[in-house]
Design a protein around this ligand. Structure first.
Ligand code: NAP
Ligand code: 2RA
Length: 377
């Protein structure tokens, strides 16, 4: 961050501000680096396809790219840097000579094949929920806890997309004022449930427009023109799986194992990008202006906060953006330590593909891209 930005922040906050220079650490140049052999498990899925686009966008130094999916996709081709690359069936010998393996094919595949990939020497960055809460597996969002990568043993977990987006917005505020409690309601897009769910929303909207019945196969209820509680099972504690993941993973990301978090996860008829209405309580008072300045200076965030034009974060605008959009920032009139704000972030990017590639970039730049070794799983 430039010095003038730090000073502007100090004027607004009214005290010296310690700003961690994550910004520069996060906008790495990937030119003139050695190149790597990559594998993408689940390359044909919603996240896998985004991984291909993000690797291109970041000019990630790729030597060889192995695209893996189920037997259904074997023989298909996908395009990467104007080259046509065949999709291969995921098998145990698919990881020979691979430096980084990005997994995005569900927890069952990760449980079976992540140990195989690590045994073959690959560093695994896993988008599934399989290992996120294993104590020695770092769960990382580079804007929050890049230092957790230092002790990695060849496997890094990418958090749940709703937790990642929430965490990016909370991080600069927590650094300034210390989080005490979070209440969050999500507005989650169809693509959070995969490529087929995204297609289901499009098909239902088309059917509705043509006066045809809306067929629900992936979701338990019609997703077009509807809103319903997140489609994961409700656990004995009354919270659904998505809500429980948000609580556990946010606590792990911030190393705040007792942080009170009250989530409500909702599916909405949006194709892509999750939104969240957040109420956060802090140990010390934080005005809306202070929060806006902290958020504007933080890496990975765009402040979209324009009351005059009634323009705030929206999933349509956040779609395709690597940054999380934050706005509608207000201080609770009844408690100066409580803020309310609204967030939209492309969960296929910051909640999955971009965060995974960013982890690989951070490993390379911190000199941590060493070969995998035996570890906790
Ligand atoms: P998706 O669109 O349904 O894609 C699933 C991928 O897994 C496809 O490439 C599929 O290949 C592959 N696959 C399925 N069964 C397989 C098998 N037996 N062997 C090898 N590959 C198999 O799902 P997604 O949304 O991309 O999610 C992928 C993972 O990322 C999940 O673990 C999910 O929890 C996680 N994630 C998703 C999001 C999100 O916003 N969608 C965000 C964060 C994390 P075929 O095409 O051949 O079937
Ligand atoms: C969802 N959190 O939106 C998931 C995506 N992994 O359902």
């Amino acid at each position: 961050m430039a010095k003038w930005q730090t000073r502007k922040l100090e004027v607004l906050v009214g005290k010296p501000v310690e700003v961690r220079l994550l910004s520069s650490a996060l906008s790495f140049s990937m030119a003139s680096l050695p190149s790597y052999n990559l594998a993408i498990v689940g390359a044909t899925g919603a996240v896998g396809l985004e991984l291909l686009r993000v690797l291109e966008r970041r000019q990630f130094p790729v030597r060889d790219l192995r695209l893996l999916a189920s037997a259904r996709s074997a023989g298909k081709t996908l395009t990467f840097q104007n080259r046509s690359i065949p999709v291969q069936q995921l098998t145990a010998d698919a990881f020979d000579d691979i430096d980084f393996a990005f997994f995005s094919a569900g927890a069952t595949r990760s449980r079976e094949y992540v140990p195989v990939a690590r045994q073959a020497g690959a560093i695994v960055i896993d988008n599934s929920s399989a290992f996120r809460m294993v104590p020695d597996v770092p769960l990382v969002v580079p804007e929050i806890n890049p230092e957790a990568l230092d002790a990695h043993q060849g496997l890094i977990a990418n958090p749940n997309c709703s937790a990642a987006i929430l965490g990016v917005a909370l991080a600069p505020l927590h650094r300034a004022a210390c989080l005490r409690r979070v209440v969050v309601s999500t507005y989650q897009s169809a693509s959070g449930a995969g490529a087929a769910a995204m297609q289901e929303l499009e098909d239902q909207a088309r059917a509705f427009a043509q006066g045809q019945p809306m067929v629900a196969k992936i979701f338990p209820h019609p997703i077009a023109f509807n809103v319903f509680s997140h489609n994961t099972p409700v656990a004995a504690n009354g919270f659904n799986e998505e809500e429980n993941k948000m609580v556990e993973e946010t606590r792990k990301l911030f190393s705040l194992p007792e942080l009170p978090i009250l989530p409500t996860c909702i599916r909405v008829p949006v194709l892509r990008a999750h939104s969240e209405s957040v109420t956060a309580e802090f140990a010390s008072p934080l005005s809306a202006a202070e929060a806006r300045a902290l958020l504007a200076a933080a890496p990975g965030i765009k402040v979209i906060d324009d009351p005059e034009n009634n323009t705030f974060p929206m999933p349509l605008r956040a779609s395709g953006d690597l940054d999380v959009h934050v706005g509608r920032i207000r201080q609770d009139p009844s408690d100066p330590r409580t803020l309310a704000f609204f967030v939209s972030g492309d969960q296929l990017l910051k909640g999955a593909a971009w965060n995974a590639v960013q982890i690989a970039e951070t490993l390379i730049h911190r000199g941590l891209a060493r070969k995998s070794s035996a570890g906790p799983v």
